[in-house]
Design a protein around this ligand. Structure first.
Ligand code: UDP
Length: 322
């Protein structure tokens, strides 16, 4: 049985669905602060638990044969991590060590973890490979880097097998429309653009038009959430033979303007746009060198076109359940 901690969140819930579709048994643990109970597939068991409450973590392991853990439970708002770093260091770092303690108490030594390209900080070159120096520029990125380092120490000392997947920009929703992205507050580009198109928001503000990129707007690597989910399953299946950190992106960069154009095409409607100043801490270009994850996990993304990714998000936006 796989324990998915944070399995009621955006990427977690899509991974749970993928695991179940592929014959795995899952128990989902979540404190539901940001997660949605409705996002958890009915085929999975659900337990209310919090990483800052070790008693609740122990309850999850009690009387269950957990083979591996996939750990998504984290706070992820970069701006908030700057204004309230304590919240991030305690929840993300202390919370993860609490989870690892209980895993070791129970003899569970396999974990797949949500890391991030934010651990690299300002890129020195693109595409970014795993050897790129890691100098995160905000507390959120630092919490994720610290956890990667804790894993390496725990492997040496206790034999903890771990794969940290360094996500680029997660995007899109389940193809069948059953689950999707729902953050409060929403800060991500694609859902905000779609809400502006729908009329739920007045407009989208484009953060900077003077970057050193072909159209002047920032370039990111948008990876479909179901391709992320697939990589988590493949990582679980690889933990007997491999520990380490892998980039998870498509390798293709898309600009903010290209996202807006694609969303207009998919929806058939105009997006009200305002061109504004840069947002602090945004590098011009971030996209992955994904050779390593392809080689180690045999992973191949099934979405290679931004319009197809946005179409799944638009479909969700029109019919969202939560
Ligand atoms: N962005 C924007 N307007 C918004 C939100 C985001 O122009 O309202 C830009 C942001 O500057 C970045 C890209 O869209 O270049 C993706 O931002 P997002 O917050 O979705 O993800 P991030 O790359 O920050 O993890």
């Amino acid at each position: 049985m796989i324990l998915v901690f944070g399995g009621a969140g955006y990427i977690g819930s899509h991974t749970v669905k993928h695991l179940l579709d592929n014959g795995y048994e899952c128990v989902v643990a979540d404190n539901l602060i940001y997660g949605h109970r409705e996002a958890v597939d009915k085929r999975a068991e659900f337990v209310h638990a919090d990483l800052l409450n070790p008693v609740s973590i122990r309850e999850v392991f009690k009387n269950r044969k957990i083979d591996a853990v996939i750990h998504f439970a984290a706070f992820t708002y970069v701006g908030e991590s700057v204004s309230d770093p304590q919240k991030y260091y305690i929840n993300n770092v202390v919370g993860t060590t609490n989870l690892l303690n209980v895993m070791l108490e129970n003899g569970v030594k396999k974990i797949v973890f949500s890391s991030t390209c934010a651990t690299y900080g300002e890129p020195q070159y693109t595409p970014i490979d795993e050897k790129h120096p890691q100098n995160p520029i905000n507390p959120y990125g630092r919490t994720k880097l610290m956890i990667e380092q804790i894993f390496a120490d725990y492997e040496r000392a206790y034999g903890l097998k771990h794969i940290a997947l360094r996500y680029f920009n997660a995007a899109g929703c389940a193809k069948d429309g059953s689950i999707g992205e729902s953050h409060t507050p929403e800060t991500h580009l694609i859902p905000l653009v779609l809400k502006a198109i729908k009329g739920e928001r007045e407009k989208i503000s484009v953060f900077g038009t003077d970057y050193d990129t072909p159209d002047g707007t920032c370039i990111r690597d948008y990876i479909h959430v179901e391709d992320l989910a697939l990589a988590h399953r493949l990582a679980v299946e690889k933990l007997d033979e491999y520990s380490g950190c892998l980039n998870l992106g498509t390798g293709v960069g898309t600009s903010v303007k290209e996202i807006i154009d694609a969303a207009e095409k998919v929806s058939g409607k105009k997006c009200p746009v305002e061109y504004g100043p840069r947002r602090a801490g945004d590098p011009a270009k971030l996209y992955a060198d994904n050779q390593k994850v392809k080689k180690i996990l045999g992973w191949q993304p099934s979405y290679d076109n931004i319009e197809d990714i946005i179409r799944t998000a638009w479909n969700w936006e029109l019919n969202r359940r939560f």
